[in-house]
Design a protein around this ligand. Structure first.
Ligand code: GDG
Length: 471
């Protein structure tokens, strides 16, 4: 019997250590939920780093604990985390793939570690995989893995999905190891991205860097066909819809209403990241207060920034910039009874997020670049009673689907601040019409739909490839 193996840099689990005991908490994130329908079944398994530096003598305990959940760990050393993860993944690939190439480091030691860790993942897969298995690899930390597995198990079915953008060739070509990265990805049978633009950029890079032929969305290399396609990822929309109607969320919102009264809430939620356009968003909000003093005391920006990658200098600098800007705006405009910005640098329980999504009059999602952006979809799914307005950057993959949002260019501060004013003044009826269409999209094309269409196409392209050989 063949099985399915999911592989990602991180396992969908949080492990904490208390009094020499390890505790597992399986993630409730969208990807974990969607892939839950796969990896929790039968002999299927999810392989990834467990997120913890585990002493050698404790490894077997962790392995046993994870096995009960159909999970298998890859253990990474402190050096590997520094060079492969923080280094090559987040200081080389992340900035280039998000069009911030001036932030990129091209460091030979990062690259060496990236290769070694991808080989480590390959060994973990090979230890568990059989030739007929289906393997689904996730994201930019593992670009070399498809080919590494293909070399050992030539007939295996391999899918690869990249969650971040694929940049245009002019950006991608900057990476010294561009050919190796493309060859690594092309070990897959099916390569998926969030949008057709990513598909186009990938195909164009492959044809310019490598001696491959393309035909529509198929790349031909070494007598193999590789299909490249767009699979816009959805969220667990039913969960967000249901959560917003629970008593717990209603009580949190009653509390907000008591504190905030009629103040209109503009919501912003991201991980700390320069790709998310947090500074530009603050400037656009400040512009509204400067140009429309009539809103002073009547609107407030609730900004949640979840700590992330703060060992990397650019992230620490970004945090300082945000702190300063929030301080300046608050001190300039606040009154004794009102704060323009409520800024939180921490993460919140999902019930708090749900209440904020449900209550917010506007959700401001303005990344400079984003593969998809799930926050925009979670806002829509949580809008179960009063409508609201989504302002969305055209640089987010989600803007290709959520076309009833107000779509803006995040580099255009005037356009962004005008969009905020347009949203504040938008009548209920228009809000309702737009939100209804947005909700239809988000509820229909959810995470389960995404998992199904990717898996179906993966099986289909493999069958086609097999029949080509049989002919
Ligand atoms: C990458 C790509 C792509 C945020 N704050 C809290 C919290 N969150 C959750 C949100 C949402 C998730 O984090 C963020 O997802 P995004 O899609 O917005 O962004 P990335 O983390 O950069 O994800 C992105 C995604 O992969 C999937 O392919 O869309 O483009 O960059 O789900 O709800 N969750 C909790 N507390 C918080 O305070 N519990």
């Amino acid at each position: 019997m063949s099985k399915t193996i999911i592989i990602s840099n991180r396992l969908p689990v949080k492990i904490t250590q208390q009094n020499n005991e390890y505790e597992l908490q399986v993630s409730e994130g969208g990807l974990a939920t969607g892939l839950g329908s796969i990896y929790k079944e039968g002999d299927n398994i999810w392989i990834g780093w467990c997120g913890l530096d585990v002493p050698k003598e404790d490894e077997s305990r962790i392995i046993n604990e994870l096995e009960k959940e159909n999970l298998a760990p890859v253990f990474l050393t402190e050096d590997e985390i520094k060079l492969y993860y923080e280094g090559f993944s987040n200081e080389t690939l992340w900035p280039v793939f998000h069009y911030m190439s001036t932030y990129a480091q091209y460091d030979e030691s990062y690259w060496e570690s990236y290769k070694q860790v991808n080989e480590k993942f390959r060994d973990a897969v090979i230890a568990l995989a059989q030739p007929g298995d289906i393997i689904w690899i996730h994201d930019y930390q593992l670009l070399l893995l498809p080919q590494l597995i293909r070399e050992k198990l030539p007939d295996t079915t391999i899918g690869f999905f990249q969650h971040i953008p694929f940049p245009s060739f002019e950006l991608f070509r900057l990476i010294p190891w561009r050919a190796e990265l493309l060859n690594g990805m092309l070990g897959a049978d099916l390569i998926g991205f969030h949008t057709y633009d990513d598909v186009r950029h990938f195909t164009s890079s492959a044809t310019r860097v490598l001696p491959v032929q393309t035909n529509a969305n198929t790349i031909h290399q070494d007598d193999r066909n590789i299909t490249i396609d767009a699979f816009p990822m959805g969220i667990d929309a039913k969960k967000f819809d249901a959560l917003s109607k629970t008593e717990e969320v209603r009580l949190i919102n009653d509390n907000y209403n008591e504190i905030l009264g009629d103040t209109k809430i503009i919501l912003s939620i991201d991980r700390l990241d320069y790709s998310k356009g947090i500074v530009q968003r603050l400037l656009a909000f400040e512009k509204v207060l400067i140009e429309h003093p009539e809103y002073i005391g009547k609107i407030s920006l609730h900004m949640i920034v979840v700590p992330s990658r703060d060992t990397i200098p650019q992230y620490r600098d970004l945090r300082d910039d945000i702190d300063k800007l929030v301080g300046n705006i608050n001190s300039r405009f606040r009154t004794s009874a009102w704060h323009p910005i409520h800024y939180f640098y921490r993460s919140f329980p999902i019930t708090e997020l749900s209440a904020l999504y449900n209550r917010a009059n506007i959700c401001l999602v303005t990344p400079m670049r984003d593969g998809m952006n799930l926050v925009s979809k979670e806002y829509v799914a949580s809008k179960t009673n009063e409508p609201g307005v989504l302002i969305l950057s055209e640089m987010a993959g989600a803007s290709k689907e959520l076309i009833e949002a107000i779509i803006i260019n995040p580099n255009n501060l005037a356009e962004m601040s005008n969009a905020i004013v347009q949203a504040l003044e938008m009548g209920k009826e228009e809000q309702q019409t737009r939100m209804l269409s947005l909700r239809q999209t988000v509820l229909k094309f959810d995470i389960n739909h995404w998992v199904k269409i990717f898996m179906d196409q993966l099986k289909e392209v493999k069958e086609l490839e097999k029949s080509r050989y049989a002919r």
